[in-house]
Design a binder for this molecule. Structure first.
Ligand SMILES: Nc1ncnc2c1ncn2[C@@H]1O[C@H](COP(=O)(O)OP(=O)(O)O)[C@@H](O)[C@H]1O
Ligand SMILES: [Mg+2]
Length: 599
């Protein structure tokens, strides 16, 4: 068997096909690209069994001439380019002329297509590159392609497919990118008969974002736009401090093509500069438009990568667009009303234990705090399976948490001090025994939250006053469904509320001050390497820490006082959980020395 042989045509055809057609999502990508290139205004995508059983893509585009249908299935047959020179000016999604050919080689394809100006259309079926029939037929304008039994003749490839739900998630991901890239096209996408996305096609990018990510993200995003050197960047980016998405929360389109260049994502991230904490991912949907000749899309058969003639200019325009929005927003964010309410809606147990939290609560929204108390005795309205975990935890918490409360209440009061004020809404200046203490408000709050969360051994649920509905990615949904028990034991109460929508009615009490949607998102995002209650808890702690006040947040006197009081009285560590210093002290002696009063 060690002799080398030439592969037969049928074998190398399949290998070539495999380069582009790796899985159901690649079929969907190629077919939708064809519909877009045909000028469709409405595209429907329906998959069954994660696309492994069937994929149907139908459009109302211009259709194919009857005499060209046979040619469309041939290798390197395309209507989009004709010369090598055209490769330098690609304005269509497709140009290789091999998608239909490659798909047919590994599945059974049925196409119905009709051009408006012809009385009838064409119906064709090709299976494993074998044309079964091409016949005239009475069909509506546009094109529909049904692909079934993907990889029926490649059992080895089929073995590499993920579970149907995971393949469906990959299809959802690619469809979501098309929705964002083409807000003027209405997409209707179903998986096993259930509608996952239905975009309005009203041409408004915000509607597209709403359709894919839900209200929370679309409301928290800011429009940005910048143009220079013939390059225009426009789209929506998350405002600093807004709920963050996991890594898929970034989409970049180049001349309307979804691209996966990591360097583009890095450019966007770096435009956020210091406003991003390490490991945080901003949300962004950015469309980069530049002359066709300034970008090479013929880099990889999957057409997901591009090369810029002048990457530095592209980076400059991205930075200008994104950082402009960051600056504007940074100045505007001053403790929004709902944030104050969120701080008050904190776990009652935590609030009772902590001077610091009650400081916020009493000062701003004691009513809300009271209401939270009432809700806590009720069983949340949730399906039985989820409610079970909630109740079980309620019973489990008392001994440890009482201990923690006692320990915290017994903390000695700090030595007398005087609050001087703040510097740049970031540092709190305090006088104590003649020394000047400079406290980083974000780091101090983060340290306090962290200590309290780490001390609470048994997670407790905190019912939310109003349940929050979040939209997950298909991948997150699969993950949550499969690991729901771990999330329940971490303190979440979540239930399905639509295809990808979930209703959160309770969150881990220890992290109740964090935004519920961001909390769940963060817990889901942190689970990539595995799952378990401990992991989920770790993520919850991290998320809660993100709920800490930020540098630039303007705190009122009451809040400043309670933060300083808690920090000083609890003798907390001098660094935040990430190792940055919380406090720096200029001693009386140092001051006297610098004014040459002493030597
Ligand atoms: N949905 C569609 N509507 C109209 N024409 C289509 C459609 N799908 C495919 N075609 C035609 O079939 C040709 C071959 O498609 P494909 O194999 O995907 O190659 P490419 O898109 O790179 O040209 C296209 O160039 C186009 O003319
Ligand atoms: Mg194509």
């Amino acid at each position: 068997m060690d002799r080398i042989r030439l592969l037969s045509k049928t074998v190398y055809d399949k290998i070539a096909a495999g380069e582009v057609i790796e899985r159901p999502a690649s079929v969907v990508k190629e077919l939708v690209e064809n519909s877009i290139d045909a000028g469709a205004r409405a595209i429907s995508v329906a998959i069954t069994g994660g696309g492994l059983k069937e994929i149907r893509v139908a459009d109302n585009g211009r259709g194919i001439y009857p005499e060209d249908v046979k040619l469309a299935f041939e290798k390197h047959a395309t209507s989009k380019i004709s010369t090598a020179g055209d490769l330098g000016f690609i304005g269509t999604q497709g140009f290789r002329g091999e998608a239909l050919y490659s798909i047919c080689a590994v599945s059974s394809v049925e196409m119905k297509t009709k051009r408006r100006e012809f009385p009838e259309g064409t119906h064709a079926r090709v299976t494993g590159s074998n044309t079964e029939f091409i016949i005239p037929a009475g069909i509506p304008d546009g094109t529909s392609v049904a692909v079934s039994d993907l990889f029926f003749n490649l059992p080895a490839r089929r073995k590499f497919m993920k579970k149907e739900s995971a393949e469906a998630a990959l299809v959802s991901d690619i469809v979501s990118r098309f929705i964002l890239a083409y807000p003027e096209i209405s997409f209707h996408y179903t998986s096993d008969g259930k509608t996952v996305y239905h975009s309005p096609g009203d041409g408004d990018l915000r509607s597209a974002i709403y359709c894919v990510y839900g209200a929370g993200v679309s409301d928290a995003a800011a429009y940005v736009e910048h143009e220079a050197n013939g390059i225009k960047v426009s789209g929506f980016v998350s405002k600093p401090g807004a709920p963050l998405k996991e890594r898929r929360g970034g989409s970049v389109f180049v001349n309307r093509r979804y691209v996966k260049n990591g360097s583009l994502h890095d450019m966007v991230r770096s435009a956020y500069g210091e406003t991003l904490v390490k490991g945080e991912n901003p949300f962004f949907v950015l469309d980069i438009r530049l002359p066709l000749s300034a970008v090479d899309v013929n880099v990889h058969p999957n057409k997901l990568q591009v090369r810029f003639l002048d990457p530095a200019s592209v980076e400059y325009v991205i930075k200008e667009a994104v950082s402009g929005a960051c600056g504007e927003v940074r100045g505007a964010v001053v403790f929004p009303a709902e944030d104050i309410k969120r701080r008050a809606d904190i776990s009652v147990r935590r609030a009772e234990q902590s001077e610091f939290f009650s400081g916020f609560g009493n000062a701003t929204a004691s009513g809300a705090l009271k209401e939270t108390k009432l809700r806590e005795t009720q069983t949340p309205a949730a399906p039985e399976t989820y409610a079970r975990g909630f109740v079980a935890r309620e019973n489990a918490i008392s001994p440890e948490s009482t201990q923690t409360a006692a320990a915290s209440e017994n903390a000695p009061p700090p030595a007398p001090y005087r609050l001087i004020g703040t510097l740049g809404n970031a540092y709190i200046l305090v006088e104590q025994a003649g020394d000047l203490l400079i406290i980083d408000q974000h780091a101090a709050h983060e340290r306090l939250l962290y200590e309290r969360l780490i001390c609470a051994d048994a997670p407790v649920s905190q019912a939310l006053l109003e349940p929050v509905v979040v939209k997950l990615s298909h991948e997150q949904k699969n993950f949550l469904d499969e690991n729901i028990e771990a999330f329940i034991s971490a303190g979440f109460c979540v239930e399905p509320f639509g295809a990808l929508d979930y209703k959160i009615s309770a969150v881990p009490a220890a992290a109740a001050s964090a935004d519920p949607a961001a909390l769940l998102n963060c817990a889901l995002g942190a689970q990539k390497g595995g799952v378990g209650a401990a992991l989920t808890r770790g993520a919850v702690i991290k998320a809660a820490c993100r709920g800490a006040v930020k540098a630039g947040d303007r705190l009122n006197d009451e809040e400043l006082k309670s933060l300083v009081e808690s920090y000083l009285s609890e003798g907390e560590a001098p660094t935040c959980p990430h190792g940055r210093p919380v406090i720096t002290v200029i001693t009386k002696k140092q001051l006297e020395k610098s004014f040459k009063r002493t030597v």
